[in-house]
Design a protein around this ligand. Structure first.
Ligand code: GDP
Length: 681
């Protein structure tokens, strides 16, 4: 189960806006302050410094057996303080181009000789390599060792994926995540050249191989030097072509991936239901469950033991409400499910939107107890708002868990009453009858969750699917893998080691390790060093995958929740002014020109103003009913123009359905859902 705090991406101002409404402080919500965030951000140098102090510079297994150690001539001492930080920044940049093909010391020397100018240092190293190719590690000192290493490394390509191991590199930096010596990395491009050279020049035997000036060796060195030159161009590298659709079908044992969000009014029993479901599926071990039972009893909240499986933070447990979006995975017969448990409390609806924006399908949990269902469903309750939000965010299939049925003795009348009331509303919200299923459950007792319930009171009138069967029968949506790559950042965090990680759902296209991707805004590029899906390292991931990318080459401070990672060749559009067709929700006060709203787009929330009310449209035909209206009232369809304070990256609905939708909120309430129709400037 992975849940990362939105340390980097918090927009404190906006949170204060919402918080003003609810009278809460940011620190209360997130247990994190800007100062704490800074503490996370500036960790890297500490790591490096510590690593340097404690670990001697060692070359590790960089050299094949029998290889001479790097000549230590000209070695310069590592500077300290700010210069050390400048040095590491240059080394990072150089390593992006050179990979591990040049020794650390040679790079350090070049940086120091070029006064911390990464470009100059790179040129220096490359020109030196051309003149003295023996400095290129894989070319030195013999052809045999190069080829041996090349073979060894290519043999490791498939086998050696080392997950989540912290280790020290030659620079003394600590890295974690995973080493993927995949066929498409720079390093392996370089190594492949060695293999080609081997075929071109049959092995001249051990003696010849030890002669540095043999013809074969010279040819190889030329190859290697060319390889380094090619790498220095960076972008010239062609990524290995993969048939993503075919690979996706093969992956996960042929199981399809589905992102599921659990929504519903606070206290409907969402966390208990899903916690119990995970327990029954064996995702929580008995010892931990026992611990939760003991702890929750001690805290006087025994009935919350299952909810604790998902409510991970101390504050959530103390308050007994889910605040953040919890995330975990489980499997059904035909699918691998990424589960997001969204907060039900109205204070945390922005978090819920973030969760729902990444979901394909939803489970709406309602409390069947008398009075409780009504409280959640009537005005002010979150049942309606959540259902409307997920529909507006593109979710079309829904399972309604009519929960706490034990509280009403499994009465079929109550179940019917709730299904009828909700059914009527769901239709209005835009769900097809056939895409909404109603399942009677009790999360606390675990009835009708993973197996069909045998409770006699239920069996007499219900023979439909249990919750897990229903989840399994959801249709997996089409994944737009053929479109340009798009990932919306849901979280940014600093792990150990160089670079940092972002999580998010890939909305379109696919990404491979080694890819350079563009981040919008702030219009920066970075290199994807690692990809993890459900904590498993992978070489690639595609639309629909909820992944963690480890990236380098960009400063973490520039990346926020809501940024879009995209294909540099087909970047997402960025603007501050755009037009949209909106559906106005049930609002009390009409919307007028100039209204300040909060734009929720995927994982982004950004202050905007309604710059212009262009026209009122006919709901189904789209025909203009009135131009330049003075105001918009509930239930109306309209064309409006929005002005953002800062640039936002958006897609037109007609181009990217998934990325063309957004929500507008005002004063803590969702007031409209919209689709982007025109990008102005
Ligand atoms: P959430 O806010 O929707 O996540 O709700 P929780 O899972 O935290 O549950 C709120 C309360 O309802 C807790 O006291 C649970 O023990 C209780 N609860 C949850 N499911 C059931 C159920 O099926 N039957 C009964 N009787 N109580 C339940």
């Amino acid at each position: 189960m992975a849940r990362h705090r939105n340390v980097r991406g918090l927009k404190y101002d906006e949170d204060f806006e919402d918080d003003d409404v609810y009278g809460q402080s940011v620190e209360d919500d997130y247990c994190i302050s800007p100062a704490t965030a800074a503490q996370f951000i500036y960790k890297r140098d500490d790591y490096n410094r510590r690593a340097f102090a404690e670990e001697p510079l060692e070359e590790g297994d960089e050299y094949a057996e029998g290889e001479a150690a790097e000549p230590s001539h000209n070695n310069q001492p590592i500077p300290s303080g700010v210069d050390q930080a400048r040095l590491y920044s240059c080394l990072d940049k150089m390593r992006e181009v050179l990979g591990e093909s040049v020794s650390e010391q040679a790079m350090v020397d070049a940086v120091l000789n070029s006064q911390y100018d990464a470009h100059k240092a790179l040129e220096l190293v490359l020109s030196e390599e051309c003149q003295q190719p023996s400095k290129i590690k894989s070319a030195a000192p013999t052809r045999k060792s190069t080829i041996g290493k090349a073979r060894e490394q290519s043999a490791r390509v498939d086998a050696e994926i080392v997950p989540k191991v912290a280790k020290m590199t030659v620079s003394g930096k600590q890295i974690t995540g995973f080493n993927i010596p995949s066929a498409n990395t720079d390093e392996n491009d370089h190594l492949r050249k060695g293999t080609v050279a081997e075929e071109a020049f049959p092995s001249p035997g051990p003696e010849a191989s030890s002669k540095p000036n043999s013809t074969a060796h010279v040819a190889l060195l030329t190859e290697e030097a060319t390889a380094v030159q090619t790498l220095s161009k960076g972008s010239a590298k062609a990524r290995q072509q993969i048939d993503v659709k075919a690979e996706l079908e093969k992956r996960q044992g042929g199981k399809q991936l589905l992102n599921l969000v659990v929504i519903g009014h606070v206290d409907a029993g969402k966390s208990t239901l899903m916690g119990h479901l995970l327990y029954l599926l064996g995702k929580v071990n008995k010892r931990i469950m026992h611990k939760y039972e003991q702890e929750s009893k001690k805290a006087g909240k025994a009935s919350f033991a299952f909810a604790w499986v998902l409510d991970e933070t101390g504050e959530e447990r103390e308050r007994g409400v889910t605040m953040d979006v919890g995330m975990t995975t489980f499997e059904t017969k035909t699918k691998v499910i990424t589960l997001m448990d969204a907060p039900g409390h109205k204070d945390f609806i922005p978090n819920m939107i973030t969760g729902a924006a990444q979901a394909d399908v939803a489970i709406l949990v309602v409390d069947a107890s008398r009075g409780e269902f009504e409280a959640g469903f009537e005005a002010g309750g979150q049942t309606r708002e959540h259902a409307l939000l997920v529909r507006s965010l593109g979710v079309t299939q829904l399972a309604v868990a009519v929960n706490k049925m034990d509280q009403v003795n499994w009465q079929p009348e109550r179940f019917k009453e709730i299904s009828n009331k909700l059914g009527h509303f769901m239709k209005q919200a835009g769900f097809k009858d056939s895409d909404v299923a109603y399942i009677p459950t009790t999360g606390l007792n675990g009835e009708n969750l993973t197996t069909r319930s045998q409770v006699p009171e239920l069996k007499v009138w219900y023979n439909g699917p249990c919750l897990l069967e229903q989840i399994d029968s959801f249709k997996s949506p089409q994944r737009p893998v053929e479109k340009p790559f798009r990932l919306c950042v849901a979280d940014v965090f600093k792990d150990q080691g160089s670079g940092f990680s972002v999580t998010g759902k890939i909305e379109a296209g696919y990404v491979q390790t080694g890819d350079r991707v563009l981040i919008m805004p702030p219009n920066e590029t970075c290199t994807v060093k690692g990809i993890a899906l459900h904590d498993e390292p992978l070489d690639w991931a595609a639309a629909g995958d909820h992944v963690t990318l480890t990236v380098t080459g960009v400063d973490i401070i520039k990346i926020n929740v809501g940024c879009i990672f995209c294909d540099p060749k087909a970047p997402i559009k960025t603007c501050t002014r755009f037009r949209a067709r909106v559906l106005i929700f049930s609002i009390d006060i009409p919307i007028t020109q100039g209204l300040p709203v909060l734009l929720h787009y995927q994982t982004l929330s950004e202050p905007c103003t309604i710059r212009r009310l262009v026209s009122i449209l006919h709901k189904s035909t789209g025909e203009v009913l009135k131009k330049k209206p003075k105001c918009l009232t509930k239930g109306q369809n309209a064309l409006i123009e929005l002005q953002a304070q800062r640039p936002v990256s958006l897609e037109l609905y007609k181009d990217f359905k998934e990325l063309g939708r957004f929500m507008l909120r005002y004063s803590g309430s969702s007031i409209a859902a919209g689709v982007v129709t025109e990008i102005k400037e």
